[in-house]
Design a protein around this ligand. Structure first.
Ligand code: 6PG
Length: 469
């Protein structure tokens, strides 16, 4: 059994088991490792042929079973567990071996691990893997970062197991150090934004348009045939037709309105603040999960205030506007995420190619959408594009849909339906496309109370005024 298997995987939970079976489906031999005997046995049973897929609870046996340079992927919970697994592997590894962390690790942890392992001659990759359990089995989008040379050993396996968009693999070497984890973090920030927007539009269609769940299913299904085609719109349409097996109604109505989070959206926002990049649609998507968690307070507050009853609307017209507004806000959310990636790339030396990133997000991942093909093209036309909104190919798309967003935001404000994602997307657009903002007044105030100085529009230099005289 020594030196026989092409690929090793630690962590045989659902993701790990599915990923390793995917590797085996693609004619690579694979060996799994987990402390849990049941998980090891389950994989051996499901794999069928142990010369193709095998597993053990023993770390030494596991490592020795792999061909060198060893390629060992970790699909374990982010955090301390990753360090513990690395330490358990280290005594058995040889120089040049490769460890790939496939979890949602925080990017600075990846930098620390990469530097630590480099000293020992081990290559470390942070590789974001998106697509959930099904994606891991059938083809995820994979976002690896680390040593370009070492990637050559991993490349054939990752290209084989990844999702394909018109035959092109949804994986590419993204950059050094934590580039892969960083890109996956921003992927998740975008995911938060798109999910928030999809749920706001649902709220509008239900409360204002009076659409039933069956009509919502129909509407989202139709949208998924058009320019809004995306994984999230597709699953949303399916969610609306799911019956509740514990009662008579539809399941969606029985689900508590408190959204949980594991932290990647929050990290995206926090880091954007650190870098000084505005991503308000993503920020507010995080805040809304936090507001949703305050269920008891919301119930109390609801009883204290008279909020407007949404006025009736023309269903067809309103639904058509909702489609336009959602498309507009999707574009803005991707624009914000891509902008963050562009700046982070300079700050952290990732040398990211945004066109490559959009390209590997076209299939397999949670934010896959028809729009990503257009985004890929926009970056192919201009790889240094500062913001998607500056791409000539996006001007028309935005111009055609922004008025519907204005109308719905105004409707939401007048009728007490919270649309923070949509209104932030619109405000971001209006601010980003304003050549003059009222922040001159803020500069004047700062100079007034704190002598913080200001610049002028008509001449170079730094100025200060004694305002009170
Ligand atoms: C993916 C998902 C995946 C996970 C999210 C959930 O790309 O496959 O992003 O990584 O489902 O991290 O995040 P929250 O629990 O924070 O919503």
């Amino acid at each position: 059994m020594t030196d026989t298997y092409d690929f090793g995987l630690v962590g045989l939970g659902v993701m790990g088991r599915n990923f390793i079976l995917n590797v085996a489906d693609n004619d690579f031999t694979a060996f799994g490792n987990d402390l849990d005997t049941e998980k090891v046995n389950a994989l051996i049973q499901e794999g069928g042929d142990t010369s193709k897929v095998n597993a053990t609870t023993e770390v030494k046996t596991f490592v020795q079973a792999l061909t060198t340079p060893r390629k060992i992927m970790l699909l374990v919970p982010a955090g301390k567990v990753v360090d513990i697994v690395i330490e358990s592997l280290l005594p058995h590894l040889d120089q040049g071996d490769i460890i790939i962390d496939g979890g949602n690790s925080f990017f600075t942890d990846t930098d620390r691990r990469e530097a630590y392992l480099k000293e020992k001659g081990i290559n470390f990759f942070g590789a974001g893997v998106s697509g959930g359990a099904k994606g891991a089995r059938k083809g995820p989008s994979i976002m690896p970062g680390g040593s370009r040379e070492a990637y050559q050993h991993v490349k054939p396996i990752f290209e084989a197991v990844s999702a394909k968009y018109k035959g092109e693999p949804c994986v590419a070497y993204l950059g050094p150090k934590s580039a892969g984890n960083y890109v996956k973090m921003v992927h998740n920030g975008i995911e938060y934004g798109l999910m928030q927007l999809t749920s706001e539009i649902y709220d509008l269609l239900k409360k204002a348009g009076g659409l039933s769940n069956a009509e919502l299913h129909q509407t989202y299904s139709e949208w998924n045939q058009g320019r809004l085609q995306s994984f999230l719109v597709e699953i949303t349409s399916e969610i609306f037709e799911q019956k509740d097996d514990l009662g008579d109604g539809d399941l969606v109505d029985m689900i508590l309105d408190k959204a949980k989070q594991k932290g990647t959206g929050k990290w995206t926002s926090q880091n954007a603040m650190d870098l000084g990049i505005p991503i308000p649609t993503i920020d507010v998507a995080v805040s809304m999960r936090e507001i949703s968690a305050l269920k008891d307070e919301r119930v109390k507050a609801d009883a204290l205030y008279n909020r407007p009853t949404p006025k009736g609307v023309d269903k067809n017209d309103f639904t058509s506007k909702a489609e336009q507004a959602l498309y507009f806000a999707f574009i803005i959310t991707y624009a914000q995420g891509m902008h963050q990636l562009a700046d982070a790339s300079k700050e952290y030396g990732y040398e990211l190619e945004l066109g490559e990133i959009a390209k590997i997000w076209r299939a397999g991942c949670i934010i896959r959408a028809a729009l990503l093909a257009d985004i890929t093209d926009a970056y192919r036309e201009d790889k240094d594009l500062q913001n998607l909104l500056l791409s000539p190919s996006f001007v028309k798309k935005v111009q055609e849909t922004v008025d519907a967003a204005r109308e719905l935001v105004a409707y939401g404000a007048a009728n007490g339906i919270p649309l923070p994602g949509l209104s932030n997307a619109l405000t971001y657009f209006d601010a980003y496309t304003s050549s003059r903002l009222p922040l001159n007044l803020i500069q004047a105030q700062r100079d007034y109370f704190g002598s913080h100085t200001y610049e002028r529009v008509d001449r170079e230099g730094i100025f200060h005024t004694e305002w009170e005289e």
